[in-house]
Design a protein around this ligand. Sequence first.
Ligand SMILES: NC(=O)c1ccc[n+]([C@@H]2O[C@H](COP(=O)([O-])OP(=O)(O)OC[C@H]3O[C@@H](n4cnc5c(N)ncnc54)[C@H](O)[C@@H]3O)[C@@H](O)[C@H]2O)c1
Ligand SMILES: O=C/C=C/C=C(\O)C(=O)O
Length: 491
Amino acid sequence: MHQHKEITVRDLPNFINGEYVTTGDTFDILYPVTGEVTARAHRAGKTEVDAAVAAARAALSGPWGKMSTVDRSKMVKAIAAGVEKRFDDFLEAEVLDTGKPYSVASHVDIPRGGANFAAFADVLRENPTETFRLDTPDGLGALNYGVRRPRGVIGIISPWNLPLLLMTFKAGPALACGNTVVVKPSEVTPSTATLMGEVMNDVGVPPGVFNVVHGFGDTGELLTTHPDVDGITFTGETLTGSIILKAIAPTLKATSMEMGGKNPGIVFEDADLDLTIRELGRACFLNTGQVCLGTERVYVHESIFDEVRDRLKDYAENTLKYGYPDEEETNFGPVVSDEHRDKVLSYYKIAAEEGATIVTGGGAPKFEDERDGGSWVEPTIWTGLPHDSRTATEEIFGPCTTLIPFSDEDEVIKLANDTRYGLAATFFTTDASRVHRVAPQLEAGIVWVNSWFLRDLRTAFGGMKQSGIGREGGVHGLEFYTEVSNVCLKI
Ligand SMILES: NC(=O)c1ccc[n+]([C@@H]2O[C@H](COP(=O)([O-])OP(=O)(O)OC[C@H]3O[C@@H](n4cnc5c(N)ncnc54)[C@H](O)[C@@H]3O)[C@@H](O)[C@H]2O)c1
Ligand SMILES: O=C/C=C/C=C(\O)C(=O)O
């Protein structure tokens, strides 16, 4: 039986130039499980953002900027180890902010907190720049070679769904390439970014290399418009991304944008259904559907439509276990906030108005305990909706999906691609020729086959169309986190 722990309200200051900085202008952080206040974050204004950017700039010409690539790589690896050493503190902080089950945060979010530093620590040493020998009229030739340098001060703006994972997926490569960063975490989930400051100090990262400023979009805008910030890497909604690009325009900063999606799933008639239901269940409901790579529309071959519908219903009703985050069997939590719950429930209403058949869910659960103060919705599956319905085309970002039948391969590829987004896709088949025929035709930055959310950090990560600009991950992040100069030497 769960014993609800008394919550001690934590203070979350900004982290600037190696020190924690309060402003007294605080906003509450709520526990999505029960709605209780768990922390108060100190909103950063112009003074604090200017101080953070100045500290980041100064650090570039201090010990950090003078550090050898080998020593910087060692320090980035030490940061990874520092996160792992404080695994439980990061786990508790992330769960308090998001309400997600310990079973999700301890397998998805927190392990990536360290991995995102370790994976990029040697990215500069392991990837050469190009050289070209140029023939010249005098026959002596010229030698061209590329030289990489850090881009400079990077603004990191991150979302609330995988707070530590998504912030460190940017901070890791940024620091590995010698940049300094000012992080503006989501106002909904600021705890793990705040805690990261302690790790940076413990590891001995020079002050000013890693900074955190708290606040809402207006604080983010102080970064995106700041004349002394060299690049902005953003993860969040597509609409926010377009607002940020407008704000960046006058100072022409480099940008890396990871945005929204309405990712298709496809189940072909020859799919292995045990595997499919297991992976599709994750793609639809992991992290209470709050994963940008998730699958909110699934095209199922008409010959197996009823079986897939019934088995996914069974998954939603029997594999997903609501509960308190610290209960072992809990694998399904609340959404991150009342505001987001209301958004998801508004789409549950839209689906009903669009004539959906509710296979399961469609509302919010009642617990008759303190969880009724939290931000909970039911896992939901719909059928009977047209491909061009709002439910099947607009990003909901919740634990819901609509199943749509199809009859042939060419048709379903067209349906999958018929979206303004292009982030991810996942499809299931046992026909190897079909894999290599279909995957290249899907307009998505990331395509999973017979799997979902399997991540190799060496690969390109990002979306096309309105899901993103640029790619991060592996060598691809070098394009954003470094500047390349070509040196041409006349022999
Ligand atoms: N493509 C990806 O890799 C990826 C990953 C995770 C989430 N997402 C997307 O993020 C969204 C959910 O996250 P969210 O609700 O936090 O997104 P959001 O766009 O509301 O906010 C993201 C961040 O941007 C900041 N922000 C908001 N307005 C701003 C402005 N005008 N200037 C500067 N910063 C501003 C927010 O404070 C927050 O830190 C979903 O659309 C999801 O698809 C995409
Ligand atoms: O919600 C979106 C998840 C993004 C995941 C990553 O950026 C990653 O796995 O590196």
